[in-house]
Design a protein. Sequence first.
Lengths: 110, 113
Amino acid sequence: SQQGEEDPQALSIQEGENATMNCSYKTSINNLQWYRQNSGRGLVHLILIRSNEREKHSGRLRVTLDTSKKSSSLLITASRAADTASYFCASDEYGNKLVFGAGTILRVKS
Amino acid sequence: DVKVTQSSRYLVKRTGEKVFLECVQDMDHENMFWYRQDPGLGLRLIYFSYDVKMKEKGDIPEGYSVSREKKERFSLILESASTNQTSMYLCASSPLASYNEQFFGPGTRLTVL
């Protein structure tokens, strides 16, 4: 399968807690991205990390990339109810195409 | 604000019907994509296009065709809809210089009865 893998499949936390999602991919990449999808809607780009970067921050988001393990993680700090959504990683493993993971469903309880 | 629009949010069709899903972007992007999204499977690429009248097969092109007559419009066609094509269909676009940072439409939830 060309699909990346994410874990956990689902995550439920209390407002204010941190949420961590992990993603693995199969081959070498130029970059990896994370997207968010609110229920029944399209995806929204969150952050991109290049293969020569190890960590990147954007607001409450922190992304890490470990190319030796072919894995990435997304950390959302001080979560809010509005962060409830599905989160997908996408890697450019095949040059001109993005390969999406199956996603992590995050539920933040207020 | 960048914008990708899809012709319908919800669509119900019968088996054997020909179905057209339309996607329009106003960002002058060269690349456009069609994905289907199913629970537990993430997004799977059906077709993509990097220029007018150009198309490339994605991972699951069987049962689908596409048309790109104008730069801003990319159509997905189900020649003879089947129940296993019931799914969420997502259109996206990106600039030529990068296939990354794709901009997505709101999606069309298609049900084939």
